[in-house]
Design a protein. Structure first.
Length: 481
């Protein structure tokens, strides 16, 4: 036992001698290298409907020019504009696609870029809040969870919004510490990006930034200046979010089908219902995702250790950490339905979870006599907890060439001609833009149980459409009533 303890101490001492930048660079490099083999896969391994929805807008920006207010997703009938989030991610991809680069590596690579930026910001934030050990543990926890291995290289806007949200917090720290108007302006711009690209993510990091501002008010006499800078950061960001919401809703109204399925059920879709919140299975699903995909089964142990560390500190230290813990709980509580239905929404709170794990791990190493040994046991338990997710972790590395979406796309392509639009009727809520994206067709996807305002009847009477239906994975001609 003494020999193994001495070995652990020698390993720890040699690790501390390595320069901080080397450790961070090694983690970030390994993060990128482990994802590179997966960047060329079709966008259907998970939530293909959302990935190809993003890809459609990027491809059409490349072909037709960038119009941020009218990103097109040609699956809801003309006009095809479907502005949900501000399409900055798609606009960034468009110049690369215009060069002739393939869609999948461009979009996946762009997501990986913003994931890597997010990881670096987590390290910088953790270092300012609690020191090097906390920051490094948080960086590793963020970069190599099963959740991150899958979602860090998908065609989604999540990590652009996460990076912007983290940038708001970090730039606010710099603005207040250095009394810098340059960093104040940078924080305001980052806030506007976060709230327009993904308002649910921007709101999470707005709360954490607010908690940090409160912590600064507790340890300064320049309260008026701090409040002034906070307002300069927050008010333009909120104004940008409101302007985008109003303008994008006006564009969606131009397509009654798009407006009906996206706006009519806005409240219940995002916030869920009281019945969902009272149903234990809702929280079992969300909690199991956090445990299985982000923290391992030691989640409560990391939280306990972090809280113990917080209790040793002053309130100016505590408030940002209480903000981080608070958003982990409050985000699913407020946005219950989307956190239940779409696991990728956890990307918004995954940095907060990683930072709490980092603080708990640093507390264990610094304040417990057998901290290193216990830490190794917890890390081993963390890895073993993820062992059962082998299929989930392997998913990015499995070519999806014979997936259901691609088989259906091939059938649509074979049944239709490219010079006419396609209306595809589905009977099981399988609404998926991947069908048209990989069939290289445009038109109208209709779920017959929720057809609004006679959209199907319109398609049947319009000679521009070829009308098909999808039944049990088979595409066939649809007989209009």
């Amino acid at each position: 036992m003494r020999r193994s303890r001495n070995l652990i101490q020698r390993v720890g001492a040699s690790c501390r001698k390595v320069r901080e930048s080397v450790w961070v660079g090694a983690v970030l490099t390994l993060t990128v290298l482990t994802r590179l083999p997966t960047l060329s896969e079709p966008l259907v391994e998970m939530h293909g409907f959302r990935q190809t929805q993003t890809a459609w807008s990027a491809v059409l920006f490349a072909r037709q020019g960038i119009d941020l207010l009218h990103p097109q997703v040609p699956v809801l009938g003309p006009p095809f504009a479907l502005p949900l989030e501000l399409p900055l991610f798609q606009a960034m991809a468009a110049p690369l696609l215009r060069l002739g680069l393939p869609v999948e590596p461009v979009l996946r690579g762009l997501d990986l870029l913003w994931f890597t930026v997010s990881a670096l910001l987590i390290y910088l934030i953790g270092r300012r809040l609690a020191g090097r050990q906390t920051a490094l543990i948080a960086l590793i926890a963020f970069a190599f969870s099963p959740f991150a291995i899958l979602w860090s290289r998908t065609a989604l806007v999540e990590y652009l919004a996460v990076a912007a949200g983290l940038a708001v917090l970090y730039f606010t720290m710099l603005a207040l510490d250095r009394r810098s108007w340059r960093w104040t302006a940078a924080a305001a711009i980052a806030g506007a990006i976060a709230l327009t690209v993904k308002d649910t993510t921007g709101a999470v990091w707005g709360v954490v930034t607010g908690a940090y501002v409160l912590s600064r008010l507790l340890r300064t006499h320049s309260r008026r200046e701090i409040v002034g800078r906070a307002l300069i950061i927050g008010l333009p960001a909120m104004a940008a979010a409101i302007v985008w919401m109003v303008a994008s809703a006006a564009v969606r109204r131009e397509n009654l089908y798009a407006y009906t399925i996206n706006d009519a059920g806005f409240g219940p879709w995002f916030f869920g219902t009281a019945a969902q919140r009272l149903d234990p299975s809702t929280w079992l699903v969300i909690a199991s995702r956090i445990l299985e995909e982000l923290t391992g089964f030691a989640a409560l142990v990391w939280l306990y250790l972090a809280v113990r560390e917080i209790r040793h500190q002053t309130w100016s230290f505590r408030l940002p950490w209480l903000g981080l813990i608070g958003v982990i709980a409050l985000a699913p509580l407020v946005l219950t339905n989307v956190y239940l239905v779409h696991d990728y929404y956890l990307a918004a709170i995954s940095p907060a979870i990683a930072l709490v794990v980092g603080l708990g791990g640093a507390h264990l190493l610094a304040r417990w006599r057998a901290g290193r040994t216990i830490g190794l046991v917890l890390v081993a338990a963390w890895a073993m907890a993820f062992w059962s997710l082998g299929d989930y972790v392997a998913l990015p590395y499995s070519l999806q060439t014979n997936s259901g979406e691609l088989r259906i796309a091939r059938q649509i392509e074979a049944e239709t001609s490219p010079d006419r639009m396609v209306a595809l009727v589905t009977h099981d809520y399988s609404w998926d833009p991947a069908y048209f994206f990989y069939a290289h067709r445009e038109g109208l996807l209709v779920v017959d149980e929720i057809v609004p305002l006679g959209a199907l009847q319109t398609a049947c009477s319009d000679p521009r459409y070829q009308v098909l239906e999808l039944v049990d994975g088979t595409v066939r001609p649809y007989h209009c009533p």
